[in-house]
Design a protein around this ligand. Structure first.
Ligand code: ADP
Length: 189
């Protein structure tokens, strides 16, 4: 089973993906994590991406599509993948669709984790305070931009999946365990 976790920055996609990895032996493909790995390794791509990420923008579709493509075909993806942070634009969603069709694969569920946006600012602040490794894009100013980009570029992906009949919504304002339970219900349905 292949799924997409969808939602604004700070919605809890990464947290829920990690739980699914443990509980269902799925593989998490987080484009944000992949980009942060490029940054830590100081690659050319990482250097380019860091500037964009630090201001809350989006890394180019072509780069992101290639990045996902190289991971999707790998053996580790056979048990099912959780896409987290991808697709983030309609172009990415269309490219993903094509890639899946070519490999005779499908996305079974797209789960939108919906949240109250005022609460996001508190969450991101907390994440910044609690972590030893503070993300450069976890501050109120960049979050405002990331939310704008989410509304302008990423939310328009939702109708694409709604039309396919695979979109479900869970309330991301509940406890981590509660959200996980609701996601599992969708996946078992
Ligand atoms: P969050 O979901 O908390 O905003 P991510 O870790 O998913 O954070 O992404 C951090 C940043 O990485 C994004 O703001 C963006 O700059 C870049 N990024 C991640 N995934 C993509 C993608 N699919 N397309 C373009 N940029 C991306």
């Amino acid at each position: 089973m292949n799924i997409i976790l969808f939602g604004p920055p700070g919605a809890g996609k990464g947290t829920q993906a990690e739980k699914l990895v443990v509980e269902r032996s799925m593989v998490q493909l987080s484009t944000g994590d992949m980009l942060r790995a490029e940054i830590s390794n100081n690659t050319d791509l990482g250097i380019q991406a860091k500037e964009i990420m630090d201001t809350g923008g989006l890394v180019s579709d072509d780069i992101m599509i290639k990045m996902i493509e190289s991971r999707f075909g790998s053996d580790e993806a056979k048990n099912g993948v959780i896409l987290d942070g991808f697709p983030r634009t309609v172009k990415q969603a269309e490219a993903l669709d094509e890639m899946l069709t070519q490999n005779q694969l499908v996305i079974n569920h797209v789960i939108e984790i919906s949240v109250d946006e005022n609460a996001l600012f508190e969450r991101i602040e907390r994440r910044a305070n609690e972590s030893d490794n503070v993300r450069d894009d976890d501050n109120a100013e960049v979050l405002r931009q990331r939310l704008k980009v989410y509304h302008d570029n990423t939310a328009p992906v939702l109708p694409f999946y709604r039309k396919k009949g695979i979109l479900s919504q869970v309330d991301g304002m509940m406890s981590i365990e509660e959200v996980a339970k609701n996601i599992n219900e969708v996946l078992d349905s």
